[in-house]
Design a protein around this ligand. Sequence first.
Ligand code: FES
Ligand SMILES: [Fe+2]
Length: 402
Amino acid sequence: MSTRLHQLLNDYHSGWSLDQAFYLDENIFSEEWNHIWSKGWLFVGTTAEIPKAGDFFTYTAHKDSIIVIRGNQGEVYAHYNTCRHRGSLICLQERGNTQALMCPYHQWVYDKNGTLLNARLMQEDFDKAEFGLHSAHVQVLEGLIFISLAQDPPDFASVVADYTPFLRPFQLNQAKVAYKASYELRTNWKLVAENFRECYHCGPAHPEYCRAVIGANLREDVDEVLADRRQAWQSKGLATETVEFTETSFHFGVRYPLRPGVQSYSLDGQPASKPMGLHQDYDAGVLGLVVLPGFWMDAVSDYVWTMRVTPLSAERTAIELTWLVDGSAVEGVDYTVERLCSFWKVTGEQDWALCENNFQGIESSRYQPGPYAPAELDVAKFVDWYIGRMNEGVWASVEQVY
Ligand code: FES
Ligand SMILES: [Fe+2]
């Protein structure tokens, strides 16, 4: 660890935005990758994207390309996309279906579960069992696929326990991917996380969002509506217990109400698709779930929207959005992609601009950390969490050296 990072971590002032270096410095980005991204649970996609045995997609996490593939029994594997012969990428496609994974270089063939099946023309005593693909840890939570590149990933049990009751009614495992959109932003990943932790900006920046969500403009009292909706949700068996973020956890979730009369996240407040999974009506409000560092989800009664955030460098961040609808929903009958996606397309693009502008402003020679408003308490908590993980990581590496 550099003395500079040490100093910056020591100088961190809780309640204020971070020093410029935390957003711009590529060496700090590498430390973040080591201490946060390669240690945590990363959302990669949903089982709805790979419904059949052999369906796969690849995900690039910094230097690691990962193949996420369905096995013959419906299980999900995540293999490092590096051949055990001489290291070539094995899978060159972004997604597809295959019976087995064949390396394009010298045609070694691997099973979906990563076992080496065939290595042509190798010596007779060559032991294939020694050369299976390296795999990452996988957790499938109600159809959401998380992987961890860590040797010893953090316990995922509390995420499963807290989120299963919220997710179950959506029946994500039988859902249909209606649309995906990708963006590459010129911003630091933490600015995206910070942006999605506050609604201080919502009033001025998101007229469409504020028309849908009561209280988003910070000028309306939501207590009465919330108490009323909570009772209704509970009577339908929908989970309402807020999952609080603590300094040592990495997930938080909440259900909150739409404005009375608004039925979905759509530009006109009308449904965008048929009620999803076990939902019978359009009264589930909004379910917001987060698993740090890169998973964000907002779900309404008729669709689920996921946001996968992957940092590419200190100044570049990849975003993948996915819209999921009920498995039986038919395009053109129950929904149209245009109607389904317009709300988050508009709102997301407003946010991308804010995140890019924020980054560019931070590049100024006169940038200095500024104080968070009371409405930005959750941003402060996120930044405290970030500094906590970085401190933990850098001190653990110091201990390893001595
Ligand atoms: S590098 Fe894959 S078969 Fe040779
Ligand atoms: Fe926003």
